[in-house]
Design a protein. Structure first.
Ligand code: 5GP
Ligand code: ZN
Length: 117
């Protein structure tokens, strides 16, 4: 597979496409959303390409659990915990997923309504 065949978020995680990095380790990459919907809007992704939560297999479950735990740690580090934050994984087109590489939106710094749109 050539570089250009890889998905947008695979290319961001590998550094081929620039993004404002918030965190990285061997398994996870986190970066600021290009079109923020809140004062803090960070996307947390596994480096492994898994299209959506509907595509997890085997050890992907542990990996995605680690991604969620890291999102909570980032929220804590950014002091979002006291006021609260929202962690969202749009799954499938009808839910608003536009990039088919698992990602969690970490949104904070304002109040959020419920139900979501
Ligand atoms: P989804 O709609 O799949 O849940 O979320 C995709 C998110 O990726 C959107 O919030 C969108 O603003 C963000 N996004 C799309 N392209 C880029 C990009 O090139 N860079 C960054 N940093 N975010 C992007
Ligand atoms: Zn990908």
């Amino acid at each position: 597979m050539s570089t250009n065949d890889r998905c947008l978020f695979c290319r961001i995680a590998s550094g081929d496409i620039p993004a404002r990095k918030a965190y990285e380790d061997d398994e996870i990459y986190a970066f600021h959303d290009i079109n923020p919907q809140a004062p803090t809007h960070i996307l947390i992704i596994p480096r492994k390409h898994i299209p959506s939560l509907d595509d997890m297999e085997g050890a992907d479950v542990q990996l995605v659990g680690t991604v969620v735990a890291r999102a909570a740690q980032i929220a804590h580090d950014l002091q979002l915990t006291a006021d609260g934050y929202r962690l969202v994984a749009n799954t499938g087109a009808a839910a608003g997923q536009t990039v088919f590489h698992i990602h969690f939106h970490l949104l904070g710094g304002r109040n959020f309504g419920w139900p979501p749109g």
